[in-house]
Design a protein around this ligand. Sequence first.
Ligand SMILES: [Zn+2]
Length: 213
Amino acid sequence: MYEEVKSDVVKILKILEEKGLNYGRSGNVSVRIPNKGHVVITPSGFVKSSLSPKDALVIDMEGNVIDGEGLPTAEIQLHLGIYREYEYFNAAIHAHTIYSSALAVARESIPPIIEEAVLYVGGEVRVADYAPFGSRELAENVVKALRDRRAALLANHGVVACGKDLWEALEVLEVVERLAHIYVLSKALGRAFSIPREVVEFQKTVFLSKLKH
Ligand SMILES: [Zn+2]
């Protein structure tokens, strides 16, 4: 089932590893198949960059495996929670990036310091409250932090980026990690200014009209 989507998931996992956005067994990726009630999702326990398309699983919206062998990622509730709440997302990438994880450890949201923050993410990147990995509580906290945004940090953990498809989710993830890197460096210089509030508000309006249509 959904061979093309499974091979895109594998491509994304390799890109994440190559770009230093994820490593080893960490991270997970999913794609919702519109109008089918199915989600293609990574399995638990693999070195993600060595996954082959046949290892990806297909689940329904209750989390039952309907195609493939093995267990879905421990973060299954996180992915399903995002799709249940936000009908405009069809892909989600969760990764253990470095700079965004550093800010997630500091439990510090990333302010709109450059315009990509608003254009790609929707504004300040919030930190979802801490909950243990794989828990329903974590899923709930992340869903809440994603309101009118395409990404959120997970306290003491990592980041999740969403999009209408996998390639958009990847683009958002790259923007968040770059934002986080720039923010950490500017704080090291001693000052980090946000772009003017009225510019943020205007660009947010544009962002939201694109996000929800
Ligand atoms: Zn994780």
